[in-house]
Every structure is written in structure tokens, then in C-alpha cells.
Ligand binder design. Structure first.
Ligand SMILES: [Cu+2]
Length: 151
């Protein structure tokens, strides 16, 4: 009798530990996904040069523009934010705008220094219309390769 009682009693603890482990694992995964969602910026949006500064994110967070494009950040939230990136920064404000023209191709990260998770990115691609691309070099390389193959 007491033997059976002892067995069932000791048998409960591993089960409780297993349940606790599963709960901790689920909490850990949910927590990791939450943290990741706070730091993932999402896909780059093209054809957009205005970014809304809202509580507490930039919309869209990632834009892709050709070099020479002026980007405007427009404050639309209730709370104060700023826009701070490489070469440009705004005051801490709840309303207003910031404009900056991106001249050089590259990926520029920016953020609101009041909210570390409030981040954005501008991907500046080379401006194809700015310079005429001479196709002669490429065409010559192709014909040279063709000549090598024909021999
Ligand atoms: Cu902010």
C-alpha cells in the first residue's frame, strides 16, 4: 500500500519537471521570436521617398532608392522621436520633418536614439540615369570570349 503510494508520489516529480521544462522552452521560443520581431526591419520598399515617424517605428522601416534621392521623414506620432543616422540627424521632436539627400550608394542604418528598437534603413543603389554606361567594354569582352571558343 505505502509502497504504491511512494511510487506514485515520486513519479509525479519528473512529470512536473518535464512540464516545467516544456513551459520554459515555450516561453524561451516566444521570447526569442518577440525580440527578433523587434529587431527585424522587414523587406525593402522601393518607389517611396517619405518615411513616417510614428510611435514607435519608422514606416516603412526599409526603403531602397537610387543615389541622388531626397528622403523626407515626417513626424506623425504622439511622442517625441528623432532620426539619427550616418551624416544626418534631427532634433528630438513630436512634429516636423527632416529631409536628406543620399548621394553615395550603400546601406545606411538610422535609428531613434530615444527608442533603441526604433530603427530604419536606407538602401541607396547606384543611379543608372546619372552616367551613360559605355557598352563597348562589355561587348568586346563577349566577342573575345566567343573568338576563343571558335578556335
Ligand atoms: Cu523614438
Amino acid at each position: 500500500m505505502s509502497h504504491t503510494a511512494t511510487n506514485s508520489g515520486s513519479g509525479r516529480w519528473p512529470r512536473r519537471l518535464a512540464i516545467a521544462a516544456v513551459v520554459l522552452a515555450v516561453l524561451g521560443i516566444v521570447g526569442a521570436l518577440f525580440v527578433r520581431s523587434q529587431f527585424e526591419l522587414g523587406p525593402a520598399v522601393t518607389g517611396v521617398t517619405e518615411v513616417a515617424v510614428i510611435d514607435d517605428r519608422f514606416e516603412p522601416a526599409v526603403i531602397e532608392i537610387p543615389a541622388g534621392t531626397e528622403v523626407r521623414w515626417i513626424w506623425q506620432g504622439q511622442n517625441e522621436h528623432n532620426v539619427v543616422g550616418g551624416g544626418f540627424d534631427s532634433p528630438v521632436q513630436a512634429a516636423g520633418e527632416l529631409a536628406y539627400t543620399f548621394r553615395e550608394p550603400g546601406t545606411i542604418d538610422y535609428q531613434c536614439t530615444l527608442h533603441a528598437f526604433m530603427r530604419g534603413q536606407v538602401i541607396v543603389t547606384p543611379d543608372e540615369t546619372a552616367s551613360v554606361q559605355p557598352p563597348a567594354a562589355g561587348a568586346a569582352a563577349v566577342s573575345a570570349t566567343g573568338a576563343a571558343f571558335s578556335q
